[in-house]
Write a protein that binds this ligand. Structure first.
Ligand code: FEO
Length: 397
C-alpha cells in the first residue's frame, strides 16, 4: 500500500471494511478513519482514529516513527469516529501535546475526560513549526460540528480538511488517481448530502477561507486523498453549497394498495421530458441515504403517501423528516396521495411537511379517495408536466 503524500508525510489511518451503518448513514463501501504522520524535526500526527482501530493506527505510526518521538497530535474534529482513540493515544505517545481548538478540546473532554492531558489550544491564524514544515490552523465551525478545524501545511500546499471533501469509501488505495474518479465523486456526493448539506452556509465560509490558500493536495479524514483532482472536489462543493440544482426530478412515495403508486407513475409519465432525468423512489424499499443523495441536487420533486390510521405512511414520515434536516429550500414540489374513509390523512400530512420545509409548493395537493380514476391520472400527468416546466426553468434560466 502506498501511503506517502509527500516525502515525510504519510497516511497512517485505519480502514473499516465492514461498517455498513454510520449513525444511520448506509456506508455501502465501508469507511476509513484517516490519520497522517508528518516526520520532521518534531513529529506530528494529524487526527487520531476511532478507538476500535487504535492498534492498527498505532502499528501504522510506529512502523515509521518511535512512539516517544511524537511531539504533537492535532485534533481537527471532536466527533468520536476520529477522537475516541485519543484516550489510548495519550498513554501510547507519552511526549505528545494535543493541539485542538477550544471547542474541540471541550467536546473531547465531555466525551472522554482528559482535562489534565497535555493540551494546547489553537485558533485561526496560529502556527506551529515542526522544523522544515509549519502547521497553520483555520477554524471552520459547523463544517459540520462547532469544533471543526482545517490544518494547512503551506510548504507543501497541503490541506488537512477533516470531514470536508471526505467520502465513506474503504479501499486499499489511498489516492483519487488510483481508483475510478466517478466512484470517488459519487461517494463524495453521498457524504455531502448525508453529513454536510445542512451546513451549506458554513461550507461557503470555509471555502472562502480555503480560497485564499494555494492547494496542491487535500487530505480529508475519510476516504481518498485528493492528489490529482483537488480542484474537482472544490468545484463540486461550491455547487452543492450554493444549492445549485440539476435537471432532475425525484418522485418519492409510499403506498398501501398501489393507488398512490399509480398516481406516482402518472406524475413520472408527465414529468419525463427531454433534457430531464426523472427518478421514481418507493421510500419503504430505498434507504434514506440514497433518497437524500438523489434529493440533494434535484430541481423539483413530488412527495406522495397513502393514508394509514388517518396518518401518512411511517416510511414517508421518516423520509420527509430526514430531507427536512438537509435544509434545502431550492426546490419546487407538491404533495399527492390517496385516502379512504377519512377525508384527511396521508397527503394532507405530506403537505404539512412540505410547508414546514419551506419548499416552493407549485400546486394544490393532488389527493383522491381509494383509487385514482383515469381523469385523476390525467391530472397527475398534468402535474408532472408542471414539475418538468419548473425543473427546466430552474436549471436553464
Ligand atoms: Fe468523521 Fe464528523 O466525523
Amino acid at each position: 500500500m502506498r501511503t506517502e503524500l509527500f516525502p515525510g508525510i504519510d497516511w497512517v489511518g485505519a480502514v473499516d471494511w465492514s461498517i455498513r451503518d454510520f449513525h444511520s448513514y448506509m456506508t455501502g463501501r465501508g469507511a476509513t478513519y484517516n490519520s497522517y504522520l508528518i516526520r520532521d524535526r518534531e513529529n506530528a500526527i494529524i487526527d487520531p482514529v476511532k478507538h476500535l482501530f487504535f492498534e492498527r493506527w498505532y502499528d501504522n505510526v510506529t512502523r515509521l516513527a518511535k512512539a516517544d518521538s511524537i511531539k504533537y497530535i492535532v485534533c481537527n474534529h471532536a466527533e468520536p469516529d476520529h477522537s475516541s482513540g485519543l484516550e489510548q493515544a495519550v498513554r501510547a505517545f507519552p511526549n505528545a501535546q494535543i493541539l485542538a481548538s477550544q471547542k474541540c478540546r471541550d467536546t473531547i473532554i465531555s466525551y472522554l475526560g482528559g482535562a489534565d492531558w497535555n493540551w494546547k489550544t489553537i485558533k485561526t491564524g496560529d502556527q506551529v513549526s515542526l522544523g522544515s514544515r509549519t502547521l497553520s490552523f483555520i477554524e471552520t465551525p459547523m463544517v459540520h460540528w462547532p469544533d471543526s478545524t482545517f490544518t494547512y501545511v503551506p510548504e507543501d500546499e497541503l490541506l488537512f480538511s477533516m470531514d470536508a471533501f471526505g467520502q465513506h469509501f474503504a479501499t486499499a488505495e489511498r489516492f483519487d488517481d488510483e481508483v475510478d474518479l466517478a466512484v470517488v465523486m459519487e461517494e463524495a456526493k453521498i457524504y455531502y448530502a448525508n453529513i454536510v448539506a445542512p451546513h451549506a452556509n458554513s461550507v461557503k465560509k470555509a471555502l472562502g477561507l480555503a480560497g485564499g490558500l494555494k492547494i496542491k493536495m487535500i487530505a480529508p479524514s475519510h476516504g481518498l486523498v485528493w492528489r490529482k483532482n483537488p480542484a474537482a472536489i472544490i468545484k463540486a462543493y461550491q455547487g452543492w453549497a450554493a444549492n445549485q440544482v440539476k435537471p432532475r426530478i425525484v418522485v418519492f412515495y409510499d403506498s398501501m394498495w398501489e393507488s398512490t403508486t399509480r398516481m406516482a407513475e402518472a406524475i413520472v409519465d408527465g414529468a419525463d421530458q427531454p433534457g430531464l432525468f426523472v427518478s421514481l423512489i418507493h421510500v419503504r424499499r430505498t434507504h434514506l441515504t440514497q433518497i437524500a443523495t438523489q434529493f440533494l441536487d434535484a430541481a423539483a420533486f413530488a412527495a406522495g403517501s397513502s393514508t394509514i390510521n388517518n396518518l401518512l405512511m411511517p416510511a414517508m414520515a421518516a423520509t420527509l423528516t430526514y430531507i427536512q434536516g438537509m435544509r434545502l429550500t431550492n426546490k419546487a414540489g407538491f404533495a399527492f396521495g390517496s385516502y379512504g374513509w377519512a377525508a384527511k390523512g396521508g397527503p394532507d400530512q405530506v403537505e404539512e411537511y412540505l410547508k414546514k420545509g419551506g419548499y416552493n409548493i407549485i400546486q394544490p395537493t393532488l389527493k383522491f379517495p381509494w383509487r385514482p380514476t383515469p381523469a385523476l391520472l390525467e391530472e397527475g400527468r398534468k402535474a408532472g408536466r408542471l414539475l418538468a416546466e419548473k425543473a427546466l426553468a430552474a436549471t436553464n434560466p
